[in-house]
Design a protein around this ligand. Structure first.
Ligand SMILES: [Zn+2]
Length: 457
């Protein structure tokens, strides 16, 4: 959405005297503005060039060479996370997530798929996770070709470079919740790395608030001729993939088709773009591009809020193509197709969203709504255990017309567990509630019931 929508939210919430009887909402933190301009195009360029220098990063490529193949690439990423950690006094815990895959169409012979996580542990609520990810592996026209040069400069060295740069920026600060910087593997062969990390999260009981998967964040010139360096796309599913039949029935009568936690995560990122100069978000209300996939999906499959962040305009001659020139037309995902300043802006978009969520209290749990056949609408929710949210200031109730794409009305209601909106009829709006920190950071808005739940505390 464009700035106007954000401005109108602020206006409604801040209009002098409009809600004089309410507690004043905390002001928004200046730190987010600093984070929104911190990512460096030069560092992102250097990292993309380094990743391209490994020749190919195909999942089935060499793992022993020190200079070529997926093994060398992932060892370099691991070392880079360790270097970033040394710069923040060891604030990152670097962890490999390994699994053997075989007998699959795109991985027939036993192959170890290795993803690398750098974990910045939260100070108050370490089991709550916000995750930024990119993919290590690259491919050419033949998805089984593991030896040809496959630079994967935009797909997806850009996503890895952005993830490394976000780690450099955010590791200078401390947050109540845990931030994970994830370099995932095996994406092109069938989303294996994401599936393994989602499975690990489930086993270890991570409370995942958000996965921001970055897949191609550096191309500004579309195959259709459009050149645009001021917008980013965020794709999100409309309903939770793993809802039960009963939950779907409830949703049929009470709404929520466009208010999954992933969708409200997308709206959150859209609103946070105000901290990044000259960038707007185009939300796309679908899981991913038409018939195509990405590494946010295995997290959605497991029920976690997850979105795809990417460039607005794709150039298909530069994706999954064997390097070649045919009748004057150049194919291949080379460094020439990447705009580093643009990749830095999309990195900043991730960074402000991660900082906002990790700095805010957890999204409200147990959100319920009532008010049928009455003039008023009442929302209720549960507060987290105080130790999980030492910076909790209170809550903000949001609402919008049912046909509106983003939240248009809000009211700060203080540190309560229930609020009644008088003479706002439940039938005519969608409602939600967000938690607000003392510094003004907010959680995503939570739509009531199972349809919108970000999970418990
Ligand atoms: Zn790809």
């Amino acid at each position: 959405m464009h700035r106007l929508a954000c401005a109108s939210i602020a206006f409604l919430a801040c209009a002098p005297g409009a809600f004089a009887h309410e507690a004043a909402p905390p002001g928004e933190t200046a730190a987010l503005h600093a984070i929104g301009t911190a990512p460096s195009p030069a560092r992102i360029e250097a990292d993309i060039r380094k990743l391209v220098s490994f020749g190919t990063r195909h999942t089935l490529s060499d793992t022993t060479s020190p200079t070529r193949g997926i093994g060398a690439a992932r060892r370099w990423i691991r070392d880079e996370f360790e270097r970033i950690s040394r710069d923040c006094g060891g604030c990152l815990e670097v962890r490999d997530v390994r699994g053997m895959i075989s007998g699959e169409e795109r991985i027939p012979d036993p192959t170890e798929v290795v993803s690398i996580l750098a974990i910045q542990r939260g100070t108050a609520d370490p089991d709550r996770y916000v995750i930024m990810s990119g993919d290590i592996d690259s491919r050419v026209s033949d998805v089984m070709d593991s030896t040809s040069d496959s630079p994967g400069a935009n797909d997806n060295a850009s996503g890895i470079a952005g993830t490394l740069e976000a780690a450099r920026v955010l590791s200078k600060r401390r947050f109540p919740a845990t931030i994970v910087y994830a370099a995932l593997s095996g994406e092109e062969q069938g989303l294996y790395g994401g599936r393994m990390v989602a499975e690990l999260a489930r086993k270890e009981g991570w409370r995942i608030e958000a996965v921001l998967n970055n897949d191609m964040i550096g191309n500004i010139a579309g195959l259709n001729g459009v050149v645009d360096n001021t917008t980013a796309r965020v794709f999100s599913e409309g309903t939770r993939f793993n809802e039960t039949e009963r939950e779907a029935t409830v949703r049929r009568y009470t709404g929520g088709e466009v208010d999954s936690p992933s969708r409200n995560l997308a709206r959150y990122i859209d609103a946070m773009a105000r901290h990044v100069p000259n960038l707007d978000v185009m939300m796309v209300y679908r899981l991913d591009r038409f018939g195509r996939g990405g590494h946010h999906r295995p997290f959605n499959d497991a029920g976690y809020p997850a979105v795809r962040v990417m460039e607005t305009n794709e150039h298909y001659d530069r994706q999954h193509q064997t390097l070649r020139t045919e009748a004057g037309r150049v194919y291949g995902d080379t460094i020439h197709g990447v705009d580093f300043a643009y990749a830095a802006k999309l990195t900043a978009l991730n960074a402000v969203a991660l900082a906002g969520m990790a700095g805010a209290p957890p999204p409200p749990a147990g959100v319920e709504i009532e008010g049928a056949v009455s003039a008023d609408t009442t929302l209720s929710w549960q507060r987290p255990p105080p130790a999980q949210a030492p910076n909790l200031a209170g809550y903000k109730v949001y609402w919008r017309l049912t046909t509106e794409p983003t939240w248009t009305h809000s009211r700060y209601v203080g540190n309560v567990e229930r609020h009644t909106l008088e003479n706002v009829v439940i039938d005519n709006y969608f409602f939600g509630v967000a938690a607000v920190a003392k510094d003004g950071s907010e959680s995503p808005v939570v739509f009531p019931g199972a349809a919108g739940s970000f999970g418990g505390y």
